[in-house]
Design a protein around this ligand. Structure first.
Ligand SMILES: [Zn+2]
Length: 283
């Protein structure tokens, strides 16, 4: 057991080192302590063969995006083939390119809906989606619209939950997922005062819900699952898989060059998650 543990730590260090030398190890640290985000690696049958290969390439940052190809063929141009503004990294394609914006919004909305549906199954919770709240905040006000407000009816405790799906990696030495969580906390903290003025609310907590583009489950999301009483690992697996699957679709559309027009394409249907094995939704 000791030898196995040492080997795992050694492999972890080797992968993390790649993050400092190129693209391949980007965000690898975010997956080490997230078993729910790694189940497809142990049980490949939960993905179709083509999906499994693509998921492996996404995890190792070896997809056919220009920055990854340039790492093997120095001198290749890396400018994004769609927006022509940024280097074409996997993080840019699934996390920032204007070409994939509508799809990224659909991915975000899928995760919001999944969370709302799970909580709504429990009678104690009132679920409010995209509720506009007036604030007097000089930076973020006068109106804010968090993705979700959950109110525990028996005790009046309100949870402000806002979902974000950044790419797993780092920016100036800090985890992008940590930074995203902090930005959400800063933005929605002012809602405490506003919501406490409501007669049905006795206390308020603010919860960023950060899931990585490749399915990493950030500590903020774990805290939110816990605060909402969603303890089963199948729920965490499901949300992680939603993010990964949607990002695979986004990458495929980007590489195919299919222009996405919201009025012509059912974006939500495109993000549908084929359910296999133990990834069916639970609570
Ligand atoms: Zn682009």
């Amino acid at each position: 057991m000791q030898a196995k543990g040492n080997e795992r730590r050694s492999q972890r260090a080797a992968w993390a080192k790649l993050a400092n030398t190129g693209q391949q190890g980007k965000g690898v640290e975010e997956f080490f302590d997230a078993p729910e985000a790694n189940t497809w690696l142990y049980d490949p049958c939960t993905l179709a063969p083509g999906e499994f290969m693509l998921a492996c390439k996404m995890r190792t940052n070896t997809c056919q995006v220009k920055a990854s190809l340039a790492a093997m063929c120095p001198g290749m141009p890396t400018k994004c083939r769609r927006c022509h503004l940024e280097p074409e990294t996997l993080g840019h394609v699934v996390g920032g390119c204007s070409f994939t914006k509508k799809l990224r919004i659909a991915r975000h909305n899928k995760i919001v809906d999944a969370l709302a549906e799970r909580v709504a199954q429990h009678a104690d919770w009132e679920v409010q989606k995209e509720q506009v709240v007036a604030t007097n905040d000089p930076v973020y006000g006068p109106l804010l619209r968090p993705d979700l407000i959950f109110i525990n009816r028996p005790n009046g405790h309100a949870l402000v939950v806002d979902v974000t799906v950044p790419f797993e990696g780092d920016w100036r030495g800090e985890s992008c997922l940590d930074l995203a969580a902090q930005r959400k906390r800063d933005k929605y903290e002012c809602l405490r005062t506003a919501l406490l003025e409501r007669s049905d609310v006795t206390s308020v907590t603010v919860h960023p819900f950060v899931i990585g583009c490749r399915g990493a489950i950030h500590a903020s999301a774990r805290e939110t699952f816990g605060a909402l009483g969603l303890k089963k690992s199948c729920t965490k697996k499901y949300v992680s898989r939603l993010a990964l699957h949607a990002s695979m679709r986004i990458l495929g559309i980007f590489l195919d060059g299919v222009e996405v027009r919201a009025q012509e394409v059912d974006l939500a249907a495109m993000m549908e998650l084929p359910l296999r094995g133990d990834h069916a939704p639970g609570s």
